[in-house]
Ligand binder design. Structure first.
Ligand code: FEO
Ligand code: CA
Length: 677
């Protein structure tokens, strides 16, 4: 039989096309913008063979269209298996396509805050049909993603949330894609950014009630950010409005993030490229640098360039260079100016998460979420000051401005001929190997031939191309286990691998061609400062019935199916929690899963909750007695719109869907019990 020729699908990841448009500017329907020739070590000879094999492979799995879905893996009755794993003793949720948040039996849930709910004093009551930009700037923004809960002195908590992107066809009735109004565009600017909201826990319950507190704050597209680190003030960052190159207005596409040990928030500016127009009409070198970041060659989808020239690359070629960073916000100080850390490089930052070395230096890990992009690590020069006083926070907020930026190179330990692109384990029964962190720049010193340090920080993708970094399957969230120090990396998928002509085929850390379901990588460093590591794929995701999935060797008839791992978090016991984006590649709603990474239950993945139709599970927080998740883009399915909503969550009836934060707890006689107890 001749090899099957892949159909030219516009949206091969099975994420709704409308999500692709608004979330990441149709990144999936364009070829991934990494054209570099740096091939994976040891994979050059076999890549053609692997590709041929992959085209012949690929099991076809079909699922029911609605309700509870019969994907393989654990049956309802397997729950005794989880006994003995503190934090994970709950009856697993069955995969489904319901328009609801589904939690384990015996658990309760409540919405904490929804798009449009008041954040600042004077915020108008949300009225879907009468939105204003001024109102939105005081209300909870759209499409919440990362979330953090930080204790306040008064005993409440601060809920800090990213608002990654706006979906205009779901936000406005009668929205004209080719001709948005100025007010709609300005509502979009105000609906991006972050929210800081004080929340009070209702006595005896897990319910969190928003409070209009003194520290409440909205960050939007007009909030000033101080640009810090070695590229601050560079000519590459100067614009007509800011000739100093040190103050940028706003933040965009904030995806995941992290809480620092000093009590601030880090947040990654991810698919910033989609907001800039007319890169195709710029001159070199602006044009090819823009292409490496996938910046739109013509008009943008939201047409912001019509209302502010900074979004037009012909008029302001450097404005886009002021986005694509890790930002840091001190939520405890509502007057403080947030910063953009250039020392961590500029790419589609999914997140940044911190580890502290024994000597007090801090290490930040960050993934560049696009197909064939890289994994990065930053090591600070200076040491963390203990305590969370305002003075200590001010000082510690400078730690990510001086240090060394590295990119990862992975090497597999199995013969390349055994990595056949299907996901079949090699003869050593593990996808594993070693790796190294390659330095890119440190302060004003560049380690990349032909690039200055400023160029490395602002065009980091180009720098990483030159040093032979390993192309990964969309590096998303990265977080170290507070218990073992092992670092977990969610790699969500890559349907171009081994399929698109000219693109790299399967490698041991990315072992499947046409990778629809992603993998979770476990990286072991002797010390956070180490420049070498070993690695092992902890999960090769998908339907457990698919022989080419892997759940750390745990019996697959007892695990939950999972696709497209995105955010990761740890509970107090050291269990890993994983939320998904695009589980609809398996025909099921996205969810939150818990899994032990140690002991006899290592790999026993359990589905804890699912989110409504069309939604994505984001920003999980796992506390001792409370779990919260952000329900992003409910109802965002193809063919739906504000006129024809596909979801009525959370308000029910014929209401419009609203992205929201949800709290989940296990009620007990004396208040919430321990999660998974
Ligand atoms: Fe915003 Fe990488 O997901
Ligand atoms: Ca191996």
């Amino acid at each position: 039989m001749p090899p099957r020729i892949p159909l030219p699908l516009l949206n091969p990841s099975r994420r709704a096309a409308v999500t692709c448009e608004y979330r990441c500017g149709n990144a999936c329907s364009h070829e991934a913008p990494n054209p570099s020739a740096n091939e994976y070590l040891g994979d050059i000879v076999t890549s053609v063979i692997n590709r041929r094999k992959a085209l012949k492979a690929g099991a076809v799995v079909t699922f029911a269209a609605s309700g509870v879905v019969g994907v393989g893996g654990a049956a309802v009755a397997d729950e005794q298996r989880g006994r003995g794993t503190p934090g994970l003793n709950f009856e697993r949720v069955q995969p489904n396509t319901l328009d609801a948040v589904v939690v384990p039996k015996g658990y309760e849930q409540a919405v904490v805050i929804r798009w449009g709910d008041p954040v600042l004093p004077g915020a108008p009551k949300f009225n879907f049909d009468k939105q204003t930009a001024a109102g939105q700037a005081k209300q909870f923004g759209y499409n919440c993603d990362f979330a953090a809960l930080l204790p306040t002195h008064g005993g409440n908590q601060l809920l800090v949330t990213n608002h990654e992107y706006t979906s205009e066809t779901f936000m406005f009735k009668g929205y004209k894609t080719d001709n948005p109004t100025e007010e709609q565009v300005k509502i979009g600017w105000a609906a991006h950014g972050l929210s800081v909201v004080e929340v009070e826990q209702v006595r005896g319950s897990g319910r969190l009630k928003p409070v209009i507190g003194r520290q409440n704050r909205r960050i939007t597209m007009t909030t000033p950010f101080k640009i810090t680190g070695p590229a601050a003030g560079s000519d590459l960052l100067k614009t007509s409005v800011d000739p100093t190159g040190t103050v940028a207005l706003g933040t965009l596409n904030n995806c995941a993030g992290g809480v620092t040990p000093w009590g601030t928030i880090l947040s990654g500016e991810e698919n910033f490229n989609q907001y800039w127009a007319n890169a195709g009409q710029t001159a070199e070198p602006v044009k090819s640098r823009a292409a490496r970041y996938g910046i739109t060659s013509g008009a943008t989808s939201r047409k912001w360039e019509r209302f502010d020239k900074r979004f037009d690359m012909v008029q302001e070629p450097n404005e886009v260079n002021r986005f694509g960073y890790v930002i840091e916000l001190d939520p405890h100080d509502p007057e403080s100016m947030p910063v953009k850390h250039t020392a961590l490089g500029r790419f589609k930052h999914e997140c940044a998460n911190i580890r502290v070395a024994r000597d007090g230096r801090v290490v930040a890990y960050s993934g560049d979420d696009e197909r064939f992009e890289y994994l990065y690590k930053f090591v600070s020069k200076n040491k963390m000051r203990k305590g969370n006083s305002r003075t200590a926070r001010r000082y510690n907020m400078t730690l990510l401005d001086e240090g060394t930026l590295y990119v990862a190179r992975f090497t597999g330990d199995s013969p390349p001929s055994e990595i056949d692109g299907t996901g079949k384990l090699p003869s050593d029964k593990r996808f594993d190997g070693s790796g190294e962190w390659i330095p890119l720049a440190s302060g004003n010193r560049s380690f990349v031939p032909g690039m200055t340090a400023e160029e490395v920080y602002v065009f980091t993708r180009l720098a990483a191309d030159k040093v032979g970094a390993t192309k990964m399957d969309r590096p998303e969230d990265v977080e170290a286990s507070p218990k073992t120090g092992k670092v977990y990396v969610a790699l969500s998928n890559n349907v171009e691998r081994g399929v698109t002509p000219g693109k790299e085929s399967a490698t041991e850390p990315n072992p499947r061609n046409n990778n629809k379901h992603g993998q979770v990588l476990e990286l072991t460093e002797h010390d956070p400062l180490s420049l070498r590591f070993t690695w092992w794929l902890f999960l090769v995701c998908g339907d457990p019935n698919d022989p080419n999935t892997y759940f750390a060797g745990f019996p697959k008839d007892q695990v939950s199916p999972i696709s497209s791992p995105d955010n990761v978090a740890f509970d107090q016991y050291g269990n890993l929690w994983i939320s998904t984006d695009s589980a609809n590649a398996l025909g099921i709603n996205d969810g939150l899963y818990g899994v032990p990474v140690d002991g006899p239950e290592r790999g026993n993945l359990k589905l804890f909750l699912t989110v409504p139709r069309g939604a994505e599970t984001c920003g999980p927080i796992v506390q001792e007695r409370l779990i919260t998740v952000c329900v992003q883009h409910p109802g965002e399915v193809d063919g739906a719109s504000a006129e024809k909503p596909a979801s009525h969550w959370p308000d029910g009836g014929d209401s419009q869907p609203r992205p929201s934060v949800v709290a989940v707890w296990k009620p007990g006689r004396h208040g919430p019990m321990k999660i998974g107890s």
